[in-house]
Design a protein around this ligand. Sequence first.
Ligand code: UD1
Length: 309
Amino acid sequence: MSNYLVTGGAGFIGSHLSEALVKRGHQVRVADNFVTGYRHNLRDGVELMEADLADPEAARRAVEGIDYVLHQAAIPSVPRSVAHPVESHRANVDGTLNMLVASKDAKVKRLVFAGSSSVYGDTPTLPKREDMPHNPLSPYALHKQMGEQYAQMFTRLYGLETVTTRYFNVFGPRQDPTSPYSGVISLFIKALLEGTQPVIYGDGGQTRDFTYVGNVVDGVLRAAETPGVAGEVFNVATNGRVSLNELLEVLKKIIGSDAQPIYQPARTGDVRHSQADITKAQQMLGYQPTVGLEEGLRETVAWYKRSAV
Ligand code: UD1
């Protein structure tokens, strides 16, 4: 049994991580400022600390007595970072630097940083391997690049064990569909269930490696627990690639809808194609995605139906 801190634990991915940790018998503290998280996402058995981690003192208090930090807190949206770069930078970069400093000072055993596939940008080669050059196209991508480079630097300079897990378009139950900045799968499902027309930005030919949240939980917990991987970066995804047009067809079939999308101009800062090479996580962490796209979509649709979005 260990003491875990999940920052952003009232958010989508953070709430799934804290739930899995509680189930495994760990003590879990959640730090969240409820900017993008919700109280109803908090899982039974977690200790809540309402805190803005861009405040160094709050970060220091959050890590007291903690063995492992899963740093998930962020403002996770490409377009929101384009519209509000300072607000996003404060949450994504200042918050991360404060967590690294506080974790180093408190001698935590390891910090796992929630990285992002957006750091690859529009580099031509697919699938993306961890050692490929970065090309951030948005403030959000740049923030995530800085976060993982800071994490690696803290490993080199101070011996703080850090691992970065790069997420690729995660989806699943509890993803918030109510903001214009929400993930596309949550927005598509909401539109189809409500009988409105989903919006596709661009021609719908852009592709993503959509990853069910249960696979991500497995990858992150392995990144926290596997010995000898400090300073490493891992893609945590599926190695699949689906266009938005194809995704919508699958969702229409699952939901039984014949809604036609509305096409609008592509978003600035948008990446055309994204797909992960997951060989490194498979070899070094023993990670294997077990929930495929269609199965994950069915689970997710069932959850949205139950919670009547
Ligand atoms: C990006 C990152 C991802 C990160 C996420 C955080 C990439 C490849 N991925 O996701 O790692 O975790 O930001 O938010 O950079 N779209 C529509 N209709 C909608 C909403 C979105 O067509 O109603 C389109 C977008 O223009 C985009 C795609 O769907 O082409 C996916 O968008 P979104 O779900 O917001 O995620 P990304 O920006 O790809």
